[in-house]
Design a protein around this ligand. Structure first.
Ligand code: AMP
Ligand code: MG
Length: 534
């Protein structure tokens, strides 16, 4: 790939060119009908400052790291300069929020700058999040604060390097403007530094992008959007038509199931799986009050807004994804005029998810393959053992890779006084006898299973460490990076970005980023509790 500078980027704004535009050019909050987007310019920022840039994302656009350090880059990705070829728009979409239809939502604070086509013909849409109000801003200001922008920037990249499908983040800039936020909706607003992330994705189309037209009976626009999506994002399915629509929906079900399996593998909780936050490409999108499991707890949700119903808790993510897919099916069904095949795809979602989950767990445990006769029970028992005492999921699986079977005839020889997971427990004292015995009983069964599997320690350890990360974006680490960044020190944001590029590798000198959550972070805002305020 030959590298380009900013002014030789090739824009080809197909979404805007091929789909209907809002004829009203005013940037006023309103209902927009009959259109997929509204043209809008980013707000000028007072004094932009670069916080961090992801060089691999720049590279996939065809930009060098040097190009990212230029003033032109800073001006373009803080919204101050619209480059030739860009055609900024905000997209219209709706969504179900917490199970209820919410009507028109849309890009209330995201502005799509344009689509770059790189030298190998990949299409990347660029989107500024926090670049000012749009017709879809409703009662809010269109802005984003540094704390939520650091979280979105770092998590997008961390997820990518973990191998989880996700939108990417090119850059994180401070705007130099102050933004007023009431973080816990308790009547205590504070000003915070404003920031903008440039997100990058092949497409930002959401389930809610289809729902909005269906809810309004705008069948013509619905079909235009669906045909466009198939032509551009699913070209392998062939030309649009009923059969293709069904194949498309089936693929959306499959990629969504696969994405949730990956979330479960790494301990990610999205926190706001509303249908407007579900990508049509099965990418993780819209990093808001997400969190990473510390102690393994399927009931945990990081989102304080969700604390009561826990709709979006870790263990329920596949069920919610299915519910969201059913809303998408309902939205497109009028174009397809048959319900059974859509229902069949929804039914397949669960078997795809369950199979994927079992295979994934078998990999985490280091087995050659999932043994359907015996492994389900072993996995269920493990999940119960992980909840006996607060046990850090990430550390536990790295410890498990170190269990040795070489030279062992049977599992009887293990040390009965101590588990090999001591650094994964959150309580200070040793495990109570009963819990220790239960854990060791599971460990014996696990070792028996490994003996049957017969993979040598070294090979199994390598395999396990390639799917069980050592470094994840622990909630308290993100918060520490934010605390520093808010007083002008962006070093930890950049250091985390670097460490999270190689999440499966031992990184000597960086072990502090692999440690379990310190006690001070147990109940601290931003570490264990997050609101939607961003
Ligand atoms: P979210 O919960 O972040 O997915 O946002 C739901 C909806 O609210 C989307 O339409 C967002 O664009 C919109 N939204 C969130 N925050 C803001 C904001 N500060 N200004 C304008 N719109 C916003
Ligand atoms: Mg959203």
């Amino acid at each position: 790939m030959t590298t380009r500078t900013l002014d030789t980027l090739t824009f080809d704004n197909r979404f805007v060119r091929e789909l209907p535009a809002d004829p009203d050019a005013s940037n006023e909050r309103r209902q927009v009908t009959g259109a997929c987007y509204s043209r809008v310019l980013p707000k000028r920022t007072r004094q932009p400052e670069m916080v961090a840039c992801a060089r691999e994302v720049a590279e996939s656009l065809g930009l060098t790291e040097e190009a990212c350090a230029t003033d032109d880059f800073l001006q373009a990705f803080s919204g101050n300069k619209v480059l030739p070829g860009m055609d900024p728009v905000a997209n219209c979409y709706g969504g179900h929020q917490f199970g209820n239809w919410a009507g028109q939502l849309g890009d209330g604070r995201a502005i799509n700058l344009g689509e770059v086509v790189n030298d190998v013909d990949q299409r990347w849409a660029l989107q500024l999040k926090g670049a000012g109000p749009t017709p879809y801003s409703r009662t809010a200001d269109g802005l984003a604060v540094l704390r939520s922008s650091v979280r979105e920037f770092l998590c997008s990249e961390a997820m990518h390097h973990l191998g989880v499908p996700t939108t990417r983040a090119l850059s994180l800039v401070l705007t130099g403007d102050q933004v007023l936020r009431d973080m816990f909706y308790d009547g205590n607003p504070k000003t915070e530094p404003g920031a903008i992330v440039c997100r990058v994705s092949p497409s930002f189309t959401r389930f809610g992008s289809f729902e909005i037209f269906s809810s309004r009976g705008e069948w013509d626009v619905l079909q235009q959007l669906l045909d466009y999506t198939i032509r551009v994002d699913f070209p392998h399915l062939g030309s649009p038509g009923i059969e293709t629509y069904l194949a498309w929906f089936d693929e959306v079900c499959r990629t969504t199931a696969d994405m949730i399996v990956e979330w479960m593998r790494v301990g990610f909780v999205h926190g706001v799986m509303n249908t407007d936050n579900m990508s049509i490409l099965g990418l993780t999108i819209d990093y808001g009050p997400y969190g990473w499991l510390e102690d393994y707890d399927p009931d945990w949700t990081p989102n304080t807004t969700d604390a009561e119903g826990r709709r979006y808790r870790f263990g329920q993510q596949s069920q919610v994804a299915l519910w969201n897919l059913a809303q998408l099916a309902r939205a497109v069904a009028p174009l397809i005029k048959q319900v059974e095949p859509l229902q069949a795809s929804l039914d397949n979602f669960l078997s795809r998810y369950n199979d994927g989950y079992h295979d994934m767990m078998a990999q985490k445990l280091g087995f050659k393959e999932f043994d359907s006769a015996k492994d389900k029970e072993l996995i269920d028992e493990l999940l119960a053992v992980l909840q006996l005492s607060e046990t850090d999921m990430t550390i536990f699986f790295r410890d498990l890779a170190d269990v040795s079977i070489d030279g062992r005839a049977a599992a009887d020889g293990i040390d009965a006084t101590q588990t090999p997971f001591d650094d994964a427990y959150y309580q200070a004292d040793p495990l109570p006898d009963e819990q220790r015995d239960q854990t060791l009983a599971w460990l014996r069964r696990y070792i028996d299973r490994l003996l049957r599997d017969g993979t040598p320690d070294r090979v199994r350890r390598e395999r396990m460490n390639a799917v069980n990360p050592k470094y994840v974006l622990r909630n308290y680490l993100a918060q520490m990076a934010i605390d520093k960044s808010e007083v002008g020190d962006h070093s930890m944001v950049n250091e985390l970005l670097e460490v999270l590029r190689r999440p499966y590798d031992e990184q000597p000198g960086k072990e502090e980023f692999a440690k379990k959550r310190p006690e001070w972070a147990r109940h601290r805002a931003g570490c264990s509790m997050l609101s939607c305020s961003s």
